[in-house]
Design a protein around this ligand. Structure first.
Ligand code: CA
Length: 230
């Protein structure tokens, strides 16, 4: 079954060009010209991935992403932000909103398909079905659920992948580029600062359970997962 992608873009020629490329790439595509239509599309049929333009007439793509990531019905749907702004600050803000990736316009249909495939691969459930338990932190590979003392830790797909990698590779330091390679699957388009953004989000999610200190920064080298004190 082909994945269903929702394209939210107000500029009709761009939206149609993207939709055309995606359909040719074998995806099922829905289109929305603004965020209110996007939300009714999502309510009708939950997409497998959403492409959201940054600049939209009724609400920004950023705000839409925040809303989707706050709602438990849509939290796990990966979002790729389309942006005309190449500015680094904006990219990081985009990722902070909960977007899983961003693409700067103009982009080629080939690049778009590669990025979509990578994000869908990352979000796909269950490569490893095992349960890993470390100092009260429990990761269940079959349900993709992380719990601490039976309380569920709410994580986005990328944070889950990151934590899953760390919990299976403890006590070792990984550089940002190693993490990109292992967790993001060697996606050449993602910048190293993306790692910091997701680490920050992962720590924030773990913080209320008092286990954020397991994600340790190793100055000048990268990150390590350790249940021992730094
Ligand atoms: Ca636009």
């Amino acid at each position: 079954m082909s994945a269903h992608i929702l394209v939210v873009e107000d500029e009709k020629p761009i939206r149609e060009m993207i939709a055309f490329g995606l359909r040719r790439g074998g995806y099922e595509v829905s289109e929305a010209a603004d965020t209110s239509r996007a939300r009714s599309c999502i309510a009708d049929k939950r997409p497998d991935l959403i492409l959201v333009d940054w600049m939209l007439p009724d609400m920004s793509g950023l705000e839409l992403t925040r809303l989707l990531k706050r709602d438990k019905e849509t939290r796990d749907v990966p979002v790729i932000m389309l942006t005309a702004r190449a500015d680094e600050h904006d990219k990081v803000t985009g990722l902070d909103s909960g977007a899983d990736d961003y693409i700067t316009k103009p982009f080629s249909p080939r690049e778009l398909l590669a990025r979509i495939a990578a994000v869908l691969r990352r979000a796909a459930p269950g490569h490893d079905e095992e349960i890993i338990q470390l100092n009260g932190l429990k990761l269940d590979g079959s349900s993709h659920r992380v719990t601490v003392a039976d309380r569920v830790v709410s994580l986005g797909p990328t944070e889950y992948r990151l934590l899953s990698f760390f919990m299976t590779h403890t006590e070792r330091v990984y550089s940002r580029s190693q993490l990109l390679d292992r967790v993001w699957g060697g996606n050449v388009y993602v910048e190293e600062r993306t790692v910091d953004v997701h680490i920050r989000r992962l720590r924030k999610a773990l913080e209320e359970f008092g286990v954020d200190q397991y994600i340790q920064t190793v100055r000048g080298s990268g990150y390590r997962f350790s249940t021992k004190p730094e």
